[in-house]
Design a protein. Structure first.
Ligand code: C2O
Length: 546
């Protein structure tokens, strides 16, 4: 196994998109940032230097960070932020994961532009469990704002209203030629007739689930979230923010140019949605050149409608592990967490300008009616490891304080969340079953729930209220997929299981950044086990403190 050394300089860089140039926070001047390529078993050492005017941290999304929780990155959870002028070296080893992950800033909304791909090839000497692709392309789906994303979230926090939606979706940072001033920079993916290539698709968008299609071509899904899956063929993918999907694509169509397109899946009823489409071009090398002075538009795929939940369900329920897996059967913690939005009453005495949500309210979000608040004086991990009192409490509830019908109109008294920094404590090696139940309070929508430090099995998903006597029988205990981010269906639920075999403090949150801003998060505190191999490593000497 190798060790890979990288320097990441976080800095403001002028970037031109949609006819305008503005200063954008980047890594090494690149938007999106550098692609890291490693083999399973390798070690990464990334020295992050902050030359921007904002606090920053970098998170290695999906990397298990076994015993190296100090390198996980979410600010105030596993470290204090790297201040302007400061630096921190992240050091960790990839253990048993193969496929596509990514890295992103985990501070305010900086990840809008601070992100990149992390490609993990098989262990040296091993090969893919599918025919070797001729070439590989990482496709990072994203969102671009004409404004500074930090200003967008600051304004939303000040007013209590929903933040402005982005001005474009992007593929590898490019909106594509359906947007103004974007044609000449549209990403071209070249392909030879008859070749089979691997596309590594990442949803790095801030706030948007996305459909993904390539005109006239079938996609064979072979992996997701850096685990292999039993291959299945589809014409459309749906990825929630945080999720990755690896697909094989064979160039078996007539030589021409075909659009690669991504468009919003927006399940929020009544919420504004952006119906624009971002495009790249799959270009056959043998495609005939258009006659001089003419141009032939690439073939456009028909995209699903923004509310096409049936297509999403058909896709998400197709995932299986490649073979029988050993799902933990003895459950130590049987948990039920509600996930959803709400509206807080305007606090007494507050100015109307801070209550610009619907009907003079402020948006909020919670899990089990707790709206998560990050600490500011210590990271949760430091407070845990050093026994510093008063930073968090360990009373995150195993069940919602009141159970009700999550699909109906509910009385507001049932969903006034309390603000708190609450964690749920697990002993090393305990097993967890967790039902994630979407509430349809205010609005029903799909929530991409991401757990740090772990992969989990998704046993089942469904619509309406989870009903143990009816739904337990649907659990896939044979070959469920292993993921780090679950798309909890709109107005429905997902059931996940994992073994708490990685000591540390691990954030779990909705990967729509606007929802984490409103408090849709919690953390698991996993205690050390017995002996060195079950114990968190000591903190690095350069760990940023508050
Ligand atoms: Cu990809 Cu907590 O994040």
């Amino acid at each position: 196994a190798k060790t890979h050394y990288h320097d990441f300089v976080v800095q403001a860089t002028p970037v031109k998109r949609l006819c305008k140039t503005h200063n954008t926070i980047t890594v090494n001047g690149m938007y999106p940032g550098p692609t890291l390529e490693v083999n399973n078993g390798d070690t990464l050492v990334v020295n992050v230097m902050n030359r921007a005017q904002y606090n920053v941290t970098i998170h290695w999304h999906g990397v298990r960070q076994i015993r190296t929780g100090w390198a996980d990155g979410p600010e105030f959870v596993t470290q204090c932020p790297i201040r302007p002028g400061g630096s921190y070296t992240y050091r960790f080893t990839i253990q048993g994961q193969e496929g596509t992950l990514w890295w992103h800033a985990h501070s305010s909304w900086l990840r809008a532009t601070v992100y990149g791909a992390l490609i993990i090839r098989p262990k040296e000497g091993d090969s893919y469990p599918f025919p070797k692709p001729k070439r590989e392309t990482a496709l990072l789906l994203g969102e671009w704002w004409d404004a500074n994303p930090i200003d967008v979230v600051r304004q939303a926090t000040r007013t209590g209203a929903a933040p402005n939606v982005s001005d474009a979706y992007t593929i590898n940072g490019q909106p594509g030629d359906l947007y103004n001033c974007s044609s000449k920079d549209t990403l071209i993916v070249p392909v030879g007739s008859g070749e089979t290539n691997l596309l590594r698709v990442v949803n790095s968008a801030l706030n948007q689930e996305l459909f993904f299609k390539v005109a006239n071509h079938k996609l064979t899904v072979v992996g997701a979230d850096a685990s292999y899956v039993k291959p299945f063929t589809t014409s459309v993918l749906m990825l929630g923010p945080g999720q990755t999907t690896d697909v094989l694509i064979t160039a078996d169509q007539s030589p021409a140019r075909y659009y690669i397109a991504a468009r919003a899946y927006n399940s929020a009823q009544g919420a504004p949605f952006d119906n624009t489409t971002t495009t790249a071009i799959l270009e056959y090398k043998s495609a005939p050149c258009p006659a001089k002075g003419t141009s032939v538009k690439p073939v456009m795929p028909t995209m699903p409608a923004f509310n096409d939940t049936a297509t999403v369900t058909a896709f998400t329920t197709s995932f299986r592990s490649p073979r029988k897996v050993s799902v933990p059967t003895k459950i130590d913690h049987n948990l039920f967490f509600t996930v959803g939005l709400g509206l807080n009453r305007c606090p007494p005495g507050a100015s109307r300008s801070t209550c610009q949500g619907p009907n003079g309210t402020r948006f909020t979000a919670s899990m089990n009616n707790v709206s998560f608040v990050l600490p500011s004086n210590f990271s949760l991990l430091q407070a845990h490891q050093q026994g510093i009192p008063g930073v968090f409490t360990t009373d995150f509830p195993a069940n919602p304080p009141v159970q009700f019908d999550y699909t109906g109109n509910v009385s507001r008294s049932l969903w006034q969340p309390i603000a708190g920094t609450k964690v749920y404590r697990l002993k090393y090696g305990e097993t967890v079953q967790l039902v994630l139940q979407g509430t349809s309070i205010f609005t029903a929508e799909n929530h991409p729930i991401h757990l740090h430090g772990y992969d989990f099995y998704i046993l089942a998903e469904g619509f309406g209220n989870f009903n143990p006597s009816r739904d337990t029988g649907k659990f896939n205990l044979v070959d469920p997929p292993l993921r780090n981010t679950a798309s909890v269906p709109v107005g429905g639920w997902s059931v996940i299981r994992f073994v708490a075999d990685n000591p540390g403090v691990w954030l779990m949150h909705c990967h729509l950044d606007v929802h984490i801003t409103w408090g849709l998060a919690m953390a698991f505190l996993v205690e050390n086990g017995v002996g060195e191999l079950q114990t968190l490593e000591p903190p690095p000497k350069d760990l940023p403190l508050c």
